[in-house]
Design a protein around this ligand. Structure first.
Ligand code: MN
Length: 542
């Protein structure tokens, strides 16, 4: 059982207040889960305690670690929101609520599941730490998947592989990604898993001695060249990633040179290239295999030098050179930046890609795919598949997210984005039907209307936000439910251009204004035309 000391021990210089917060959360959650058990028969509290410990080991802040302890308390016990807010404050409550799944009775099966994911995305849009807790939660649940009822195992494993591992990858959390994949792999393709494990074991054995020898040779050479303060490690390729590579190389093991890689971790950036020089002086590099991810980081921020060399002892071996800081990022990704209290000054200056929802959209096809599979697995054969049940499994907000073409602009740098929290420059709002629309921050009902359809925008008469009438220029907030009231006789005015924030809305307004201008002479010759039917207010429907 993880003790509170274990958790605090993993934290980076916690303040006395931090320690008190963790101790209180520990006792609170332990009491709340009293009498509950995991599928394994162990006390339930093992799980939140393990999640908290891992969050602490990733050097996340005390609020996040406390939320890790409490993350299942509201969902699974009698604990209320109010109680959590009272003892731990609104910040911790927000994090816990973000991770909490939906009430059991409201949604069922795949529908409930899709709703949970939607909620997760909305909460994540406000605070990326929600997603980090969720990933760690999933990781710990995967370590005990063997105790989960058989019929659920495969679905959970697929979801882990197709949704959570790619999210971890996109956030640069390489270690978590790899662990999630390798934990899911045996439940997805047991035969391939056994085969790949066998291959890795054999190859590992074959190269073990040679690799240890090459490591010694390199260490000696680095010291001879006056390099100090470095350390080396041997990393084995993850099983899932090895499996993917084997498939690409038509199962030809001789084509794979990075089953085992030798890694050199140095204190400073200036040390990286001299180490590379030493490696290439010792062994001939394989032409065309050198990659400088320091000068050209991967989109998720990963940095390292990769080269493949032909050693006498260990055959062809991949070598990786990186700084401590790059190493931390490669393992913990986005989480490694959350620890910097003053982001910007000390944060690595790597030029990261702009934030874009595109990567979440990229996951949507798998979500749809999974939902459909869910339907097959979880629906009893007696229930015929009607159109209605199908649409429940494929909520429209999913396809909407997948189809939307807007991308995040604004913050120029990844780090800036982090500082202000993930996606904080976007808002997610909902139609009365529950479809989600993502818009730039400070968007108004006009932007929303045009995002739905130009026809709705062009005839917008008014808007209701969360059931109350709102002005055209009122900024929308995350989670708002927006209803647009339309009337055929209403047309855009130049004033609307001031209220609109999206280029999409502005473009449509300008086009409509031009058409009205052009139509002026004819309109003057006619009496006011709208017929009774045209004038009837129409409610938006999606
Ligand atoms: Mn949990």
């Amino acid at each position: 059982m993880t003790t509170v000391k274990d958790i605090i021990g993993e934290m980076v210089s916690p303040s006395p207040e931090d320690e008190t917060l963790i101790r209180t959360a520990y006792d609170f959650a332990k009491k709340a889960h009293e009498g509950h058990q995991r599928y394994s028969g162990e006390p339930y509290f093992l799980h939140p305690a393990a999640v908290a410990k891992q969050l602490a080991s990733m050097h996340l802040d005390a609020q996040t670690v406390a939320a890790g302890l409490l993350h299942d308390a509201i969902e699974d016990t009698d604990t209320t929101d109010e109680a959590v807010a009272q003892v731990f404050g609104d910040e911790v409550l927000f994090l816990v609520r973000g991770v909490t799944k939906l009430g059991r009775h409201k949604y069922r099966g795949a529908e409930r599941h899709a709703e949970s994911l939607r909620r997760l995305l909305v909460a994540t849009s406000a605070d990326i730490r929600v997603l980090i807790i969720k990933l760690v939660d999933r990781y710990h649940n995967m370590t005990t998947l063997e105790y989960v009822p058989k019929h659920k195992q495969r679905r959970i494993a697929l979801e882990t592989m197709e949704i959570f591992a790619p999210i971890a990858d996109r956030l640069g959390m390489g270690r978590l990604k790899r662990e999630l994949e390798d934990l899911a792999f045996p439940y997805i393709d047991p035969d391939a898993y056994r085969h790949t494990a066998e291959v890795r074991k054999l190859m590992g054995k074959e190269t073990e001695e040679g690799l240890a020898h090459a490591k010694k040779t390199l260490q000696r050479e680095l010291v001879r060249r006056g390099l100090t303060g470095f350390h080396t490690e041997i990393r084995m390729k993850g099983l899932w990633s090895l499996h993917q590579k084997l498939k690409r190389k038509h199962d030809d093991i001789t084509q794979i040179h990075d089953i085992a890689a030798l890694r050199v971790i140095v204190p400073k950036l200036e040390d990286c290239y001299p180490v590379l020089g030493a490696i290439h002086a010792l062994w001939k590099p394989l032409p065309g295999n050198f990659k400088d991810y320091i000068a050209f980081p991967k989109p998720n921020g990963y940095q390292s030098l990769h080269t493949t060399v032909v050693t006498g002892d260990a055959g062809t071996v991949e070598m990786q050179v990186r700084t401590e800081e790059m190493h931390r990022h490669a393992q913990f990704g986005i989480a490694s930046h959350m620890t910097y209290k003053t982001l910007g000054k000390n944060a690595p200056k790597a030029s990261f890609e702009r934030f874009s929802l595109a990567w979440i959209r990229g996951l949507i096809p798998s979500l749809l795919h999974l939902s459909k599979r869910d339907a097959v697995v979880e629906t009893s054969p007696k229930i015929a598949h009607t159109e209605k049940s199908n649409s429940a499994f494929m909520p429209p907000w999913l396809s909407e997210l997948a189809e939307a073409h807007t991308s995040i602009t604004g913050a120029d740098e990844f780090i800036t984005g982090l500082k202000e929290d993930f996606f904080s420059h976007r808002v997610f709002v909902f139609t009365p039907m529950g479809d989600v629309v993502d818009l730039p921050i400070r968007s108004t009902p006009i932007d929303f209307a045009y995002a739905i359809h130009s026809d709705i925008g062009n005839h917008m008469q008014g808007a209701k936000v969360n059931g109350k009438l709102a002005s055209f220029d009122s900024p929308l907030a995350n989670g708002d439910i927006v209803e647009i009231l339309t009337r055929k006789t209403v047309h855009p005015t130049t004033k609307w251009l001031e209220y609109a924030r999206t280029t999409l809305a502005r473009r449509h307004i300008r086009t409509a204004l031009m058409e009205i201008d052009a139509a002026v002479p004819t309109e003057k010759t006619r009496p006011n035309t709208p017929t009774a039917t045209r004038a009837r207010p129409r409610r938006t429907r999606r």
